[in-house]
Design a protein around this ligand. Sequence first.
Ligand code: ADP
Ligand code: MG
Ligand code: MG
Length: 482
Amino acid sequence: MASSVQGIDLPEKRLLEILEIANDWALSNGIIIKDSPGSAKAVCAPYSLFPSLVPAPILAQAKSSMTEFSRLMHKVANDHAFLADSLKNVIEVDPFIKGIWRIYQKVREAGIKQPLMLGVFRNDFMMNFKDKSISNGVVKPDQLELKQIEFNSIASSFGGLTQQIGNLHKLTLGLCGKKYSDKEMPENKPASGIAKGLLRGWELYNNPQAVIIFLVSDNERNVFDQRWIEFRIYDQNPNVRVLRRTFLDFHHRGSLDSENKLFIDEEEVAVVYMRDGYTADQYPSEKEWNGRLTIELSSAIKCPCVQYQLMGSKKVQQELAKPGAVEKFVASKNSADMLRATFAGLYSLDLGPEGDEAVEMAVNSPEKFVMKPQREGGGNNLYNTEIAKFMSEHKNSKERNAYILMERIFPWQQQNYLVKSGVPFVLSDVVSEIGVYGVYIGSDQNEVENFECGHMMRTKMSGTDEGGVVAGFAVLDTPLIY
Ligand code: ADP
Ligand code: MG
Ligand code: MG
């Protein structure tokens, strides 16, 4: 077993030595995850042994478009008519989105109690291979194009663990005798940036006694990713208290005072950072929904508020790809073109003539598309025969409205070693997804903060349809820039 990843050529014996060192380094430096939901035991988070290549212009494009993307999405979230129109057909058939929509309606009826909206976003991309006939080896940057996969507006994860993974890769490269410059492995500190954003929200709330809530699930495996962000908060201000609470806690012990201030266990809440609440199974009963509602009706700063969650749906992404939609929100044509350049083909599947055309395309060549429901966290999309099967069962039914159709991206394939339980430790064909973090704070009138704060990369075995590290498909990686 000889490695040829990044020009590294090592005998198997040395490679296994480096693997052992890397594993213990990962454990020693908090690249960890709970081994199962609710467990007390932590294990290494899945990672790649070496960084994977990304051309400098590709990463630069992803990062430099972030503030413009965040601004666009903030404006979308503040446009009630656009949200309502985009989501009206989904709400009819998707009980989860309907539940989120109902919360939004109640917030609107009660009147917005907190004008500031706080977003910790992650914009995800893949490097599409323009010429599908050659998809191996190191390629020239202009053979690749950056294509957006999705914009995450709730519980965007891995900013914490990612901050350590670059250092792990610097170690493994070094142990292989491979030199790298700061340009190739740049400093990358998303957890610090996210912490700065949460702290900025806390300052703007303007009560030094009030706490920051990390709204979490008891079943969370990715606890340490969240803790890393919390620790970066203490680095910047050790006087701020962070409490971890659940929706059930807010149902049982949360309350609003006469000014709509949010309290939990007698503590006033400045900021609620949600790392839960983005899928249906996270609301097993009315109690969790009620906990969410209590938070949303308050004057605490929500990260995200319910409008932000709706804005991050795949349906809104698809509606924004329609001619003229982005242009409605973005001031200059240049900006609109810059954002649009990363859009893949996106099609409504809604019952009706336009949707029928998309259904036809999907049925004729399912391998060229991905069907996406309004879900987060990986493992929910339909591919290939699943698309064909769905269409044969629901072709003329409203169930179609719950999904969108997206052009399938065929990312550049490289080689790397994935370190993940249940996966053989061999040089594998892999593909990567790049994420860029951004923090946004603003009201419908003003932009208060808008900054890009780092990147991440997830890599999976080529031929695996889905993504997601916790969902079990991908591993954490770092871009090695060339
Ligand atoms: P989620 O919110 O569940 O993460 P995504 O839209 O990111 O939903 O889809 C999950 C995964 O499916 C992605 O991480 C990616 O690996 C794969 N995927 C999504 N869209 C495409 C696409 N257009 N082409 C190829 N793969 C895709
Ligand atoms: Mg997502
Ligand atoms: Mg995703």
